[in-house]
Design a protein around this ligand. Structure first.
Ligand SMILES: [Zn+2]
Length: 295
């Protein structure tokens, strides 16, 4: 069994930092206009220019509610794709069972957006090859605009970005609930539209008793993306990403929120502080390598 995932308390909520494992993706795609010379020391590229990334999926728990944010890549990739992204199988179920839970315990699923590294794990491929809902009891929340674009991508770039969507969504259509803007999924857990990365990208915000936690998903995918101009080449509206992250990072620094990032391979979550006008990391919850080893 994998190590027990780290947890924080946010008022009466417990948030556990699960991951669907480590993977690799092109460093240039992850840092957009930022030259390789600037990112290569903190994110060392391999011989194929890929950097190591995580697939962080916070699990927000209170009473019988278990709200998972994003699902990682899952096990639906072909052998060729698995090699390209260097992704192994089965980490999210391992981390759930390390918490004494199983897929059927997840009651709600907030999907930040429908790129394959966030929604792929909505389904699981059985040995027969058939895909089924990975979290059979979960209500699944995505923005209506994101679902519309995934169903009707209107150009080549969107078609490529959502090419997996039909396969992933087909087995869970009856479980999907389309959101129109910011919505409380349960009291204290809110889906908040940021846009930027995709037009309808949403983050998850937990507030209780004056404490706050936010999963910024692909608005701040790694600790390095805290810097304004450091944005992914995938962002459809990088200027909106910059505005949104400046807004939430500022609130987080002022009010001591916990923040988590979708893809940082060393830091699950952090508090940030304002250091002479620059946002920098303060306390951090590191990613333990032992989370990705079977014992
Ligand atoms: Zn992503």
């Amino acid at each position: 069994m994998a190590e027990i995932p780290p947890k924080i308390k946010v008022g009466a909520f417990t948030v556990a930092f699960l991951a669907d494992g480590l993977w690799r993706n092109d460093g240039g795609c992850m840092f957009g206009v930022v030259p390789r010379e600037l990112w290569k020391s903190n994110h060392p590229p391999d011989e194929r220019n890929r950097i190591r990334l995580n697939l962080t999926c916070p699990l927000i728990m209170k009473g019988s509610d278990a709200i998972l944010v994003d699902t990682g890549i899952g096990n639906r990739l072909s052998d060729v794709e698995r090699k390209i992204f260097d992704h192994g199988d089965g980490w999210l179920p391992q981390h759930l069972s390390a918490l004494g839970m199983e897929a059927g315990d997840i009651t709600h699923l907030i999907v930040s957006h429908l790129h394959f590294d966030h929604c792929g794990g909505i389904v699981r491929r059985r040995e027969s090859g058939a895909l089924e809902a990975a979290f059979p009891r979960a209500r699944i929340f995505a923005q209506r605009g994101e679902l519309d674009i995934a169903d009707n991508p209107r150009n080549e770039r969107l078609r490529a970005a959502y090419r997996h969507a039909e396969e992933v969504l087909a087995p869970v259509r009856s479980m999907l609930e389309a959101l129109d803007g910011d919505t409380d999924v349960v009291a204290g857990v809110r889906a908040v539209v940021t846009g930027g990365h995709t037009r309808d990208h949403q983050a998850a915000l937990v507030t209780d008793g004056g404490e706050c936690f936010m999963h910024l998903a692909d608005i701040v995918p790694t600790r390095s993306h805290i810097r304004g101009p450091w944005n992914q080449a995938y962002d459809l509206d990088a200027l909106r990403t910059m505005e949104q992250k400046a807004h939430y990072l500022g609130l987080a620094a002022e009010n001591r929120w916990w923040l988590s990032f979708a893809h940082d391979d060393t830091v699950f979550a952090a508090m940030v502080k304002n250091d002479r006008g620059r946002i920098v990391l303060a306390d951090t919850i590191p990613v333990s390598e032992r989370l990705f080893q079977f014992s």
